[in-house]
Each structure stands twice: as structure tokens, then as C-alpha cells.
Design a binder for this molecule. Structure first.
Ligand SMILES: [Zn+2]
Length: 140
């Protein structure tokens, strides 16, 4: 069952993120589909629908993330939590390099892989947006 997010909460989450996906930084205006409200800790794991557990996410990040909350990071056989937009700073876990999102930590590595942040089409899209000075819209 899908949780309905009240319009005022959606607006809060969207504006708090400056309308960018909090995982890949894609601005909603540069997406063919509206961004979505992500439960950072999914409801099936006990996460709430309070703003502290919500993030603004593009459809691709949200779809790849699904209800996952962890994956393997840099070290084999060691589970790492995914990037948590309310608790973590993007620049502590990732950096941008020619359109690619480079992980700096195990949290970053787990997130980059699980959310398929560097699929060729996504990197190509970012490179085009960089050339158009549309990505990233402001410093993360
Ligand atoms: Zn995204």
C-alpha cells in the first residue's frame, strides 16, 4: 500500500531539497517525470512518514532504492547503510567528476551501486546538463 503524503508535507520536502533529488542531485525541472517522496527508512522497516524520514528523490533513484536501507560498501561482505539525506552530508560521501558520482565512503559506495547512480545514460544526461550549466544547480 502506498502512503499518501499530504500536499503541505510534499511541499516542505520538495523545497527543503531545493527541488533536487537528494541522492543524484538532478533538479526536478530537468526530469521528464516529477520527483517523488522517498521514505528513507521504508515503512516496511518501521520508518515513519514524518518529514525527518522523507527525502525528495527522482523516479530512478527512488525506483532503484525501493525499500532497501543498506547494501555492500567498499569492503566485501560488510553491509553499509545507504546515504541518509537527513543525517548525512552529500559532500562527505560523494564527489562529482565529469558527470560521475564518485563514492568517498562505504555509505557512498553502497548508495552509488544500489541506486545505479553511474549508469551510462545517467552520466551522459549529467554531462549534457553540466554543459548547459544546469547541473548541479547549486552546491550540494
Ligand atoms: Zn536521483
Amino acid at each position: 500500500m502506498r502512503a499518501e503524503i499530504p500536499a503541505d508535507v510534499r511541499l516542505l520536502v520538495s523545497s527543503r531539497a531545493a527541488r533536487r533529488c537528494e541522492y543524484c542531485l538532478l533538479h526536478e525541472e530537468d526530469s521528464f517525470t516529477p520527483h517523488q517522496i522517498d521514505h528513507i527508512i521504508s515503512r516496511k522497516h518501521g520508518g515513519s512518514s514524518s518529514p525527518d524520514n522523507l527525502a525528495f528523490a527522482c523516479i530512478r533513484c527512488n525506483a532503484w532504492k525501493g525499500s532497501d536501507i543498506a547494501s555492500l560498501g567498499f569492503e566485501p561482505d560488510r553491509v553499509s547503510p545507504l546515504f541518509h539525506p537527513r543525517k548525512d552530508r552529500w559532500l562527505d560521501h560523494f564527489r562529482l567528476e565529469a558527470g560521475e558520482i564518485i563514492p568517498l565512503t562505504s555509505v557512498g559506495a553502497a548508495t552509488v551501486r544500489l541506486l545505479r547512480l553511474n549508469l551510462l545514460g545517467r552520466v551522459t544526461e549529467r554531462r549534457v546538463l553540466i554543459q548547459c550549466r544546469r547541473y548541479p544547480r547549486k552546491e550540494p
